[in-house]
Structure formats: C-alpha cells, structure tokens
Design a binder for this molecule. Structure first.
Ligand code: SF4
Length: 221
C-alpha cells in the first residue's frame, strides 16, 4: 500500500474537503445569549444536542440570566432539566456557576478563557465552546466526535481530549479552529460513525490512514 504523506502535508486538503462537504456546519445547541450557551453546554455533557434543545426550549423562556437561575434553586431547576442525564449534578453546577457569574462578573459571561475556566464546573471544553460560538474567539473544543475523527485521520495521537486539542491547535490555523471543530462533528455524526464508519463513501478516504486500513484503499500522495 503506498504511504500517506505526513499529517501536516495532508491537512490543507482535509480542511478543503471538510469545508466543501459541510459548508454550513455550526453549533447545534440553540441559544440567544452567551449565558444560554453556557447553560446549554453544561447540560450537553453525556447528552445529545437534540435532547438539550428540547429541555432548553422550555427552560430558557423562564430565565433572564444568572440571577433568575439562582432564584430558581437547585431542586426546581433539577425538575426542569430532568430529561438530561445527571440532572441533579448539572443543576447544582449551574446554580454554582451562576452565583460565580453574579459575584465575579456582574452577571455577565466573560469573553476570556481564564475567567471562564475559573467558574464553578467550567472546564476547557465548555470554555472553548462558549468562546467560539458566543464570541467568535478562535477555540477548538474536542468532544467525542472530534477526538475520534481526528485520531482516525492521523491528525492527533494524544490520549486525552485536552492534549488532543493542543495537538490540533498546533497544526490547524487559528482562523480554521471554529469551522474545523463543527465540520469534524458533522463528519463524525454523518459518516465517520463510532462503530462502523462509512469509509467506502467517505470523501476523506484517500487521506485517511485508518480508512485505508479498513478498506485497503490507495492513497493520494
Ligand atoms: S475514511 Fe473512514 S475512518 Fe477515515 S474519516 Fe472517513 S469514515 Fe472516518
């Protein structure tokens, strides 16, 4: 089987093909404000975006910001979000981070990574999603799809999402981080499925070491 070029050499063509295949890829969580996106992102841990949107379509009309969420309290909020997994822990986390927002930022969501990650329960991935989608600040969140597809494409090899994000940010230009994130998610959902990726019909097959192993396909050099 002919050898594939290095990941740096393959990357521009991978970016081009992803942009062609998914020109409208975007954040699938529904939100109107940075605070709503922060809430939706916390709710989305181990839960589908569709289910989160179902819950937030009922919840958001009752929330005007962090103060109203704190006033709702953990017990009532847990009832409101009980259709997402881990709803009690998420209710506690949302009340804590809303209290932090009021105490530290006058109830506003900060457009700053360090400040976001200092909020209760907010990690690198949540901060990246909020920075990228609420403030259009380049950030590259690694969820299960981004992790799986980037590894199969041979663009990353790290064991953790955080280290994978660092590897990808090393090689992908910052202007492409946001679109690349959404396009990899779209590709993971539509083609590069976890259990049985549709390599035979995948536009990235000639550039993908894992796909070539699965199909013994010739490479683009
Ligand atoms: S060729 Fe297969 S493994 Fe590679 S990106 Fe496409 S679907 Fe995923």
């Amino acid at each position: 089987m002919p050898r594939l070029g290095s990941h740096r050499r393959r990357l521009p063509e991978i970016l081009r093909l992803l942009a062609l295949a998914y020109p409208d890829a975007h954040c699938e969580l529904d939100f109107q404000t940075p605070f709503e996106l922060l809430v939706a992102t916390v709710l989305s841990a181990q839960c589908t975006d569709r289910r989160v949107n179902m819950v937030t379509s009922r919840l958001f009309p009752r929330l005007t910001g962090p103060k109203s969420l704190v006033e709702m309290g953990v017990d009532r909020l847990a009832e409101e979000i009980r259709d997402v997994g881990l709803f009690r822990a998420k209710a506690r986390a949302l009340v804590s981070l809303s209290e932090d927002l009021i105490r530290l930022h006058g109830g506003q969501v900060p457009a700053d990574r360090q400040a976001l990650e200092a909020l209760a329960g907010v990690g690198k991935k949540t901060a990246s999603v909020v920075l990228a989608n609420a403030f259009a600040i380049p950030a590259l969140a690694v969820d299960t799809h981004v992790f799986r597809v980037s590894h199969r494409l041979g663009l990353a090899s790290a064991k953790s999402p955080e280290k994978t994000a660092a590897e990808l940010m090393e090689i992908v230009p910052p202007d492409d981080w946001i679109s690349f994130h959404h396009q990899l998610i779209a590709h993971g959902r539509q083609v590069c499925h976890a259990r049985s990726p549709a390599c035979a019909t995948c536009t990235l097959l000639p550039l993908c070491p894992d796909g070539r192993r699965r199909t013994a396909s010739p490479a683009v050099r």
